[in-house]
Design a protein around this ligand. Structure first.
Ligand code: KQY
Length: 366
């Protein structure tokens, strides 16, 4: 499949909103013991639940290493396609292709350079070269041509689009030192405009407190549809999350989207602070160069990190009283989609959640 020298914008391709129709979804099977406790067995159980759930609604593909192929094949439902591929970890949202479409249903991939969330400055593991090849391999599997951004580092979890010309990011992440510190904010914005085919970028100041991705937007704010967003929220002014959510709310309220619409903002209450236990910390291999998991560290828990699929939402829940609130809110704002809550503490312990471990393949149909 070809590498294209142009850009999606020049060729008339755009990144659709996640709420638009999909032809499938990708995940990567977890296994690295320095990120996932107990040799990743508890994480594999939850990833299996997520993959099998999504597989009920759209064609699901799980990427897996040679060593784990038999195990993954055993656990995953028969309708889930399991494909062997070298990988460094299991965050396909970030290292996988971002697919763009033309409205006649033609699909292409954007293959951003991936450096494990900050490279040698504050990246989360080393090396990451296998992950950096995943996007291209996904495009090969889908038989679609791709655009590579050799001079620009980005993860899929650091962007959300409405499919109608608006992209949301956090300044905390996109302006972080370990990514594109050779570029100005305007140059970064121009890249997003060319490769996602958007006209307006909304710069939310910061993401979720203690998020090891430098505050990915996909843990903080998500589009329900054009003109309407869900924002992670707490009323507790003593929680360090409060000022982050408040500044995001004030910013979004003061802005309009690419079509000049004021945004409808729904507050999505976070669970009470979730901390790593001693047992959880001790279950993770300590390896120099990988972010340690210390007892008592606060995890970046947020319900906003959900996956929007054909006719459903896969929602992380935490056995918290706010689980019910999150489910109710999603039922209200996504009528017609079934809410599939999945207990996701084990994914959270690895540093992300359901949105971070999934990547949609859009069809180009609305
Ligand atoms: O998108 C994400 N939240 C990925 C987090 C990576 C964590 C690696 N330990």
């Amino acid at each position: 499949m070809k590498r294209l020298e142009t850009t999606p914008k020049k060729d008339g391709y755009r990144m659709p909103g996640e709420f638009e129709h999909h032809n499938g979804c990708y995940m990567i099977w977890p296994e690295r013991p320095d990120n996932w406790r107990l040799g990743a067995k508890p994480a594999q159980e939850v990833f299996t639940k997520v993959a099998n759930t999504i597989g009920k609604y759209e064609p699901m593909t799980v990427i897996v290493s040679k060593a784990q192929f038999d195990n993954a094949r055993h656990h995953l439902d028969d309708n889930v396609r399991v494909v062997e591929m070298a990988n460094d970890d299991s965050w396909v949202r970030d290292c996988g292709a971002t697919f763009v479409v033309k409205d006649e249903g033609e699909v292409r991939g954007v293959d951003w350079t991936f450096n494990a969330w900050g490279g040698l400055v504050d990246g989360l593991y080393f090396p990451w070269d296998s992950d950096d090849k995943i996007a291209r391999k996904m495009c090969e599997l889908e038989r679609v041509d791709s655009y590579r951004t050799d001079d620009f580092i980005l993860e899929g979890g650091s962007i959300h689009v409405d499919g109608e010309g608006t992209c949301m990011v956090t300044a905390e992440c996109l302006l972080s030192e370990g990514r594109n510190s050779h570029m100005s904010k305007e140059e970064i914005e121009d890249k997003l405009k060319e490769y996602l085919n958007v006209e307006k970028v909304l710069w939310i100041p910061r993401g979720i407190y203690n998020d090891e991705t430098n505050g990915h937007v996909d843990n903080m704010c998500n589009f329900v549809k054009p003109g309407e967003v869900l924002l992670a929220w707490t009323d507790d002014e003593n929680d360090p999350q409060y000022e982050r959510s408040k500044e995001a709310y004030d910013y979004l309220e003061s802005e309009t989207d690419a079509k000049g619409r004021k945004l409808v903002i729904h507050k999505m209450y976070t669970p009470a602070p979730i901390l790593i236990t001693k047992e959880e910390s001790e279950g993770v291999d300590a390896v120099d160069g990988t972010l340690p998991r210390e007892e008592g560290d606060r995890l970046a828990a947020s319900y906003v990190n959900f996956y929007t699929g054909n006719g459903f939402i896969a929602l992380p829940v935490f056995n918290d009283p706010n689980d019910e609130k999150a489910i109710k809110l999603l039922e209200e704002v996504f009528p017609g989609r079934k809410i599939e809550p999945i207990y996701a503490r084990e994914i959270l312990l690895g540093g992300g959640n359901i949105h971070c471990i999934t990547q949609q393949l859009p069809s180009g149909k609305k």
